[in-house]
Design a protein around this ligand. Structure first.
Ligand code: NAP
Length: 236
């Protein structure tokens, strides 16, 4: 499905990012996983680049390496993200700043750093990893939900800016997916999520990587500026 495509996935060492990297690689893409730490896996189609989404010099270096090696980029998945949850009354400014720096400014940094390579593709796809809380809000996540709403707005903006150059840009809004990020949630939060989820389960990374495969491939060639919810029907 992705033969001949060059893909970069940020935060590709763990969780949803790792699943997307391996799904793309198993579907024929050449994939670069950009992360802070080395991945605990190998695949013949996957290479690793140290990439901190908050470090614009680091991004510049990574972009020039990829330019030298491949001359273009077809798929960019802005997946790296963190949480620092607290209700507004207790949210520390440093936790606001950190989440905004990685989840929101990081997406701007990386996309700006790679846009000229994406424009060289002639058929490119940008995928921003948002969240249902970027659409619906969530108590205890002022910082995180603001960033996820922001990456949806950026995906739509880039759909308008780059559509005529055949760069598509979409967002995925996962609900609650089983990864390290949600592993730390208290039992009663999980129970209330499941009670509000018609499919009565949490999602798997694979559910998200399937949507990411669709948005990266030509199966979605007339889809841009959209948000796909992968959430089991949460909050319907
Ligand atoms: P995860 O398991 O915590 O993995 C996040 C990845 O991002 C890690 O590999 C992490 O690297 C990397 N990362 C963090 N800061 C980075 C930085 N400055 N530069 C580069 N990479 C960085 O999280 P996940 O659950 O897979 O989430 C992936 C994405 O999906 C995130 O954007 C998240 O907001 C979104 N999402 C997740 C859920 C869910 O239920 N899990 C729901 C909605 C949306 P380290 O290992 O070095 O920390």
């Amino acid at each position: 499905m992705l033969q001949g495509k060059i893909a970069l996935v940020t935060g590709g060492s763990r969780g949803i990012g790792k699943d997307i990297v391996l799904k793309y690689a198993n579907n024929g893409a050449t994939v670069i996983s950009g992360d802070l730490i080395d991945p605990d896996y190998t695949h013949e189609n996957v290479s690793f680049v140290k990439l901190n989404v908050t470090d614009r010099d680091n991004i510049k270096e990574a972009a020039s390496k990829i330019k030298e090696q491949y001359g273009k980029l077809d798929i960019l998945v802005n997946n790296a993200g963190i949480t620092r949850d607290a209700i507004l009354l207790k949210m520390k400014e440093e936790d606001w700043d950190l989440v905004v720096d990685i989840n929101l400014k990081g997406v701007y940094n990386v996309t700006q750093g790679f846009i000229s390579l994406l424009l060289k593709s002639g058929n490119a796809s940008i995928i921003n990893m948002a969240s249902v809380v970027g659409l619906d809000g969530n108590a205890g996540q002022t910082n995180y939900s603001a960033t996820k709403g922001g990456v949806i707005a950026m995906a739509k903006t880039w759909a308008k800016e780059f559509g005529r150059r055949n760069v598509r840009s979409n967002a995925i809004a996962p609900g609650f997916i089983k990864t390290d990020m949600t592993h730390v949630l208290p039992e009663q939060v999980i129970e209330s999520v499941l009670a509000n989820t018609p499919l009565r389960s949490m999602g798997e990374s694979e559910d998200v990587s399937n949507a990411a495969l669709f948005l990266a491939s030509d199966m979605s060639k007339f889809i841009t500026g959209q948000v796909i919810r992968v959430d089991g029907g949460l909050n319907l």
